[in-house]
Write a protein that binds this ligand. Structure first.
Ligand code: ZN
Length: 210
């Protein structure tokens, strides 16, 4: 069994990264896998309800819901980002998990942000930093995504909220230069993030999260 990896920066909130050993998985069902070249899009989700969860409870509660209520093999998302801006890995990038329908799942990585982004509510600054770190970090690892889309751009759903699209929507800010002032922080998070992903890829060839 792999240890969950814990990394904490005293100047930054929670940074749990690989949460897989701490999540609920289906007893028999297992997600399929794919070569990383198949990943072409990143799909953004929100939790969609107000939550008061601490640390990796966000992933644990979501995993239990996806397995027990939806019958999935495990949590549907690859990454979750709490309001405090940590990065939680919940599936390796090779895993074809369930988060945006059977047409798109095989080519998609799902990132879910804690919160409900309606009526002008947007992700926190820390969440933007974490999302930026994931997007850039994956690309530098050779995952050549070309699209970042909201769940609602692909499926009939409100997710990730009505503040996502449009001229003042927060989608564009996922790539924003405004985050430049956090560049040093992003560099250090990215280095840790990439190490975790590399370990997760090794783990994926010999799944041991169950
Ligand atoms: Zn969604």
């Amino acid at each position: 069994m792999r240890e969950a990896v814990f990394f904490r920066d005293p100047l930054w909130p929670e940074e749990w990264i690989d949460t897989r050993n701490l999540l609920h998985w289906h007893r028999t069902k297992v997600y399929g896998t794919r070569p990383l070249q198949d990943v072409t899009r990143i799909v953004i989700h929100h939790v969609g309800v107000e939550t008061k969860l601490e640390g990796i409870q966000l992933c644990q509660v979501t995993a239990r819901f996806h397995v027990q209520d939806k019958g999935y093999p495990g949590i549907g998302y690859h990454f979750m980002i709490p309001r405090t801006g940590g990065i939680f890995l919940s599936n390796a990038p090779e895993v074809i998990s369930y988060h945006c329908g059977e047409i798109y799942n095989p080519s998609a990585i799902g990132i879910c942000l804690e919160g409900k982004f309606t009526e002008g509510v947007e992700p926190t600054y820390h969440q933007f930093i974490a999302a930026f770190t994931i997007l850039q970090g994956l690309r530098e690892l050779g995952i050549n995504w070309t699209l970042v889309q909201g769940h609602r751009e692909l499926r009939p759903t409100d997710c990730p909220g009505d503040s996502f699209l449009g001229p003042v929507g927060w989608k564009a800010r996922l790539f924003s230069e405004e985050l430049g002032e956090a560049r040093e922080k992003i560099q250090s998070m990215k280095a840790t993030f990439q190490k975790i992903i590399e370990l997760a890829q090794i783990g994926c060839k010999n799944p041991s999260h169950k």
